[in-house]
Design a protein around this ligand. Sequence first.
Ligand SMILES: Nc1ncnc2c1ncn2[C@@H]1O[C@H](COP(=O)(O)OP(=O)(O)OP(=O)(O)O)[C@@H](O)[C@H]1O
Length: 237
Amino acid sequence: MEIRLIRLKKRYGETMAVDIPELTIRSGELVGVVGRNGAGKTTLLRLILDLVAPTEGQVLLDGQDVRQTAAWKQQTSAYLDDSFLIPFLTPDEYLTLVGQVYGLDENTYRARLEALASFLDPALLATRTYVRDLSAGNRQRVGLAAALLVQPRLLVLDEPFAHLDPTACQQLTRLLQLHQQQRHATILFTSHHLNEVVGLAQRILVMQDGRIVRDVTEGASAQQELEAYFAGLSKAS
Ligand SMILES: Nc1ncnc2c1ncn2[C@@H]1O[C@H](COP(=O)(O)OP(=O)(O)OP(=O)(O)O)[C@@H](O)[C@H]1O
């Protein structure tokens, strides 16, 4: 799915959280967004998902304004934080519900869950513990598994590697790469860890004060370019 941002602004009082004159993310791109705390990354994701209204401008998904249409929702999934979960359900109940909402039949649901087994962990699926009582990492796994279960054309994730152990990080990286390749999916994610971003993303957007100040294409020099950028910021502050 193609994402186009046109003169997109989101202001909170005096703070300009997002200010992007023009940006296109092509269908099938795997894009990482980095930037310091408060740079506007989460707000950008929320604007794309129509979770907050822009102050000005538009977000178009495959040419359709997200504020005016709803068809894109059936082809999009996201996990931004644990408010996406339902605290009083078990992981199994929550995932079953997500499968039903997205209209997956029983066989498809089971097959997709099976494909996620290494990441999700069968014990997590079998537990009668409510989502609210899981560890932060296991809540993150359930939320990410739900987003992947849908096999969306657009997948939007906010700090997906946060809270995950190293094994789960590796499995998630592999699952995201596979999903992009098999579905030609567009994947947009944020991270504070440059090595994770450089290892996964083919294009990296750097945000600062709501603006995109760098648009880096993956390559041998991407890590150095990003490290130099963040080192420069720490000297300046
Ligand atoms: N609901 C809100 N009300 C007021 N200000 C907000 C709100 N949401 C975000 N902001 C402000 O917008 C700016 C961008 O915040 P945002 O959460 O998008 O940054 P971020 O890059 O995701 O930060 P972090 O890396 O710390 O998660 C910040 O100054 C923040 O305080």
